[in-house]
Write a protein of this length. Structure first.
Length: 130
């Protein structure tokens, strides 16, 4: 049963991560001078929230099935902290956009794409570091 739960969390987490990178990257490619619309920004807030919740879901599943969080190697712990930081910063960035902050459009798309790319890179370390 634990494998099914972990797999379902992983599927949502991975697909969501792909969206978080694809949305700003596609805007950078097709419309780099257009600022993020309110609808796109709200979507990104929701996607980053889902990313944080599914990430926490891994820990919750470990607690539920094994009664403890995984014992993480220092490199994995560092990667986890980086991923959590990306979620916090990107969500804050998007919320600031929603409440009226207006940085340069290209800067917004680059920052959001970079945060998603860093989080994805940290995921590889989290998964494979020993």
């Amino acid at each position: 049963m634990d494998a099914i739960v972990y797999s379902l969390i992983q599927v949502v987490h991975n697909l969501n991560a792909a969206f978080l990178l694809a949305i700003p990257a596609s805007w950078l490619w097709h419309r780099p001078s257009d600022p993020p619309s309110s609808a796109t920004t709200a979507t990104l807030v929701a996607l980053w929230a889902v990313q944080g919740l599914t990430g926490a879901g891994f820990g919750g599943a470990s607690l539920a099935f094994y009664g403890a969080l995984p014992d993480l190697h220092p490199a994995r712990l560092a990667a986890l902290i980086v991923k959590m930081g990306c979620v916090v910063v990107a969500t804050g960035w998007c919320v600031a956009l929603l409440i009226g902050w207006k940085p340069a459009a290209r800067a917004s798309w680059l920052a959001l794409a970079a945060l998603a790319g860093v989080a994805l890179s940290a995921a590889a370390v989290l998964r494979w570091a020993s």
